[in-house]
Design a protein around this ligand. Structure first.
Ligand code: AMP
Length: 483
């Protein structure tokens, strides 16, 4: 199983020619937590597209040299990726660039289509040739196909949105327009703002707007298409209010940065609330509360506030290492926990510690951290998790593609506590998720199995990269399927 975080998108349109790539670079830096596998920027210089994309972190791909080589322009789009579909190869780097009969476009995408396999099968059988293995190319194909029978790129995107199912926050750039769109459920976040000198910027999270000095204007509504072009800013709402909003609740729990505000709810405050709930639901006598850096810190603070147990910095994180999941493969990940985290012995020795983290997936990380604390002399370690147990795969971008590796699918809470070596374990109860965001309007299918869209049969991350011998569906059955 591969389990990864998702992507970040960033776009800019400026009233004057500027070094827009530099702004995108800073924006992507602020979105790096959403994906560390690859990144890229495409600049639009009066209809001429120039790009730089590669595997690696923003700081690795964009040196002063590579950044300088990108021309000035008045539009640009950027992307950071941690692939949820498609392998970690160069050809899956985004933004995707397409030349089609009516022009060209660059596309940056966050999310997963839940009907990607079906759409790709149909396209391939009608002659399409795919160069990448990610969902994004399917979107690009459908938009360009729609473009052939529509009068504008936004019209084409609107047509495509009637066909696409699942999660997509998109930033699309044509020679003359920058277009942002959020799927009708609003699974993934997308917002926009403006800089003092009149540039409009759009990004997955508001923290990226702040990073480039832009003032947040608003989130895109689920289903909204926002067009920045020669006619100014036009909002198209034909796909709005057709579905109930379902922003991924895990954005608040784990993905997003605490200084971001998504759909009007502060990520930091949502995490504090989660910690407070945990303290009420799973109280315990202890000497200190310690958060697992970084995503467990805010919830740990909330636990401390509610319980009155002092919040302590018991764990130190090496600042120069990415998220645990930066390298694929169980073996590599196991080693990284020790490189990434270290317990402060003087703080935890002889103490009863409440350890707060955002989630347990396989249990490997939690087990390692509990051990770190014990080795540092902690007397008791009580694990509190600011999400419910993961029980179901996600089809919308949180890459959990198999139940077999989810520890909560195979073990009770008590057994899990034993496996990770904790004295006790408590999760956030599913009904309490609504308290995090102050109401409904979120997707929590990975916890409760309530999927907003039909779910696909094949969700493996490498589903487009199978060897011939492994292919589940021979051509004959595909052809039979479309008759
Ligand atoms: P483990 O239980 O060892 O599989 O890892 C759990 C840790 O991985 C959590 O504490 C999170 O910080 C992180 N995590 C949880 N869900 C995801 C996800 N979908 N993508 C990447 N990292 C995740």
């Amino acid at each position: 199983m591969n389990l990864h975080e998702e992507c970040g998108v960033f776009g800019i349109i400026s009233p004057h020619i500027a070094h827009v790539a530099e702004t995108v670079y800073y924006g992507l830096y602020a979105l790096q937590h959403r994906g560390q596998e690859s990144c890229g920027i495409v600049v639009n210089d009066d209809g001429v597209f120039s790009s730089c994309k590669d595997l690696g972190l923003v700081s690795e791909v964009f040196t002063a040299d590579t950044l300088c080589r990108l021309p000035q322009g008045n539009m640009a789009v950027g992307h950071v990726r941690y692939g949820t579909t498609g392998g970690s190869s160069r050809r899956n780097c985004q933004p995707l660039e397409v030349n089609h009969q009516k022009g060209k476009m660059a596309l940056a995408h966050n999310g997963n289509l839940s009907n990607a396999v079906q759409l790709r099968d149909e396209l391939e059988l009608s002659g399409a040739i795919f160069h990448t293995t990610s969902d994004t190319e399917t979107i690009a194909y459908i938009v360009t196909r729609e473009r052939l029978r529509t009068s504008s790129i936004e019209e084409a995107l609107s047509g495509a949105m009637s066909i696409l199912e699942g999660a997509y926050s998109l930033i699309l750039m044509s020679p003359r327009k920058l277009i942002c769109a959020r799927d009708p459920y609003g699974f993934r976040p997308l917002c926009y703002g403006q800089t003092e000198d009149g540039m409009y910027v759009a990004a997955s999270e508001s923290c990226a707007l702040k990073a480039v000095g832009a003032k947040f204007i608003r989130d895109l509504e689920p289903g909204e298409i926002l067009v920045f072009g020669p006619e100014g800013i036009v909002s198209r709402r034909e796909h709005c209010e057709k579905k109930e909003k379902r922003l991924c609740i895990f954005e608040y729990i784990y993905f997003a940065r605490p200084d971001s505000v998504l759909d009007g709810v502060s990520v930091h405050e949502a995490r504090i609330r989660a910690g407070r709930i945990l303290a009420r639901e799973h109280p315990v006598r202890a000497d200190m509360v310690v958060g697992v850096p970084d995503s467990g810190m805010d919830a740990a603070l909330g636990f401390g506030m509610e319980s009155g147990i002092p919040y302590e910095i018991g764990l130190i994180k090496n600042k120069y290492i990415g998220r645990t999941f930066i390298s694929p493969g169980q073996h590599t990940r196991t080693d990284q926990v020790r490189i990434k985290l270290s317990a402060i012995e003087e703080c935890v020795r002889g103490k009863r510690v409440v350890l707060v983290d955002d989630s347990i997936v396989r249990g490997t990380t939690s087990g390692r951290i509990v051990r770190l604390l014990r080795e540092a002399g902690a007397r008791e370690v009580h694990m509190r998790i600011s999400s419910p147990p993961f029980l179901n795969p996600c089809y919308y971008g949180t890459d959990i593609d198999s139940r077999e590796h989810l520890i909560a699918c195979r073990h009770s809470v008590l057994e899990t506590a034993q496996i990770i070596g904790a004295d006790s374990l408590g999760y956030l109860p599913v009904p309490e998720l609504s308290s995090l965001v102050g109401g409904s309007g979120y997707c929590s299918a990975c916890f409760d199995g309530h999927y907003p869209t039909p779910v696909p049969a094949d969700t493996r991350k490498d589903r487009f990269e199978q060897k011939l011998s492994e292919q589940a569906r021979p051509l004959d059955s595909l052809l039979a399927g479309i008759k």
